[in-house]
Write a protein that binds this ligand. Structure first.
Ligand SMILES: [Ca+2]
Ligand SMILES: [Ca+2]
Ligand SMILES: [Ca+2]
Length: 328
């Protein structure tokens, strides 16, 4: 298809002056913009008052090629591998870009030829991954995966798991390498499961359970781990799966007063504790009943004729009420 010169492409449309389908450079004189009419939706005409001639421009999201308008990414008729890309050229079609290793099918316009990696496929960049997946570090290897909020965000067979604080679609084993996955070094086979030994044998990942593995654990708020009376427990592998955390000591709901220990593991022992006693020396009382062994009840009644302690009338009478807040 013959191409017209850039000047001709900027010429007015057929209805607004000389025939724009020819390669003739045309100039249309004008007094106002209305003299510079256009018939193509992607074009605008304005009158340059200084020269009295029309100037024509193409919308930024369109191409104006051989007298016709094309939208961004619209293919050249008959060749799906040439498209309008107004960022590169508004006056001609440009080659459609395909990913590395792919070729463009001019009939369908599709980029084909490369087999892109699916979730947990090895990659060196996101160009190696299927649409929607990005190449990310999982363990010590790079795999195609995606962020997720729940298992349902991942394709069938994958779960939403944590990798260094990021939620990614992973294998059910928690990692991104499966038995038989292609590998170069054992690090490519990291499955994030401490209960398996990950090896690359003859370029394929193999995994074997190691139930001798145990590790420290803590099932409470991480900010309280190792603080005060809070200590780690242990969990042990069994059948290739880590067991529950056993033996960890979690924070008490309140800090027990008087034991000098930080029972709620907030970093301060016995905070907000106050030992309360009441000085009854301003009053005198008569005790009734007998005081014997621990556990007997002391009944205190106030008498209209106060009498102090017989042994030492000047000794203060104190009643210890214990710690406040009360301990349960
Ligand atoms: Ca492992
Ligand atoms: Ca305490
Ligand atoms: Ca405390």
């Amino acid at each position: 298809m013959p191409r017209r010169s850039a000047d001709a492409i900027n010429a007015p449309d057929a209805s607004s002056g000389p025939d724009a389908s020819t390669d003739t450079v045309v100039t249309v004189t004008c007094e106002t913009d209305s003299d510079c009419t256009v018939t193509k939706a992607c074009r605008t005409g304005t009158c340059d008052q200084a020269t009295g001639t029309c100037a024509y421009a193409t919308d930024s999201e369109s191409c104006f090629i051989d007298g016709d308008c094309f939208n961004r990414d619209q293919a050249q008729p008959g060749d799906g591998c040439k498209i309008c890309d107004p960022d590169l050229n508004q006056n001609d079609f440009v080659n459609k870009l395909c990913a590395d290793g792919e070729t463009c099918d001019s009939v369908t316009g599709e980029c084909t030829g490369a087999s892109l990696a699916t979730t947990c496929g090895l990659c060196s960049s996101s160009d190696d991954c299927e649409t929607g997946l990005t190449c990310q570090a999982v363990g010590v290897g790079m795999f195609c995966t995606q962020t997720c909020a729940a298992d349902t965000d991942c394709e069938q067979g994958f779960v939403c798991g944590d990798v260094g604080g990021a939620s990614l679609c992973l294998l059910a084993t928690g990692g991104c390498a499966a038995e038989g996955s292609a590998c170069v070094v054992s690090g490519d086979c990291e499955d994030l499961n401490p209960c398996t030994t990950d090896l690359c044998n003859a370029d394929a990942c193999t995994f074997s359970n190691d139930d001798s593995v145990s590790e420290a654990c803590y099932s409470g708020d991480p900010t309280t781990r190792g603080v005060g009376t809070c200590v780690d427990g242990t969990r042990t592998c069994s059948g290739g799966v880590l067991g529950a955390c056993v033996g960890d000591i979690l924070p008490e709901s309140f800090d027990v007063c008087g034991d000098a220990a930080d029972n709620d593991c907030d970093g301060t022992p016995d905070q907000d504790c106050q030992f309360v006693s009441v000085d009854l020396s301003p009053v005198t009382a008569v005790a009734s009943g007998e005081i014997g062994t621990t556990g007997d009840t002391l009944h205190v009644t106030f008498d209209s004729t106060p009498v102090g302690p017989a042994a030492d009338a000047s000794a203060p009478i104190k009643v210890d009420l214990g710690f406040y807040p009360p301990q349960f």
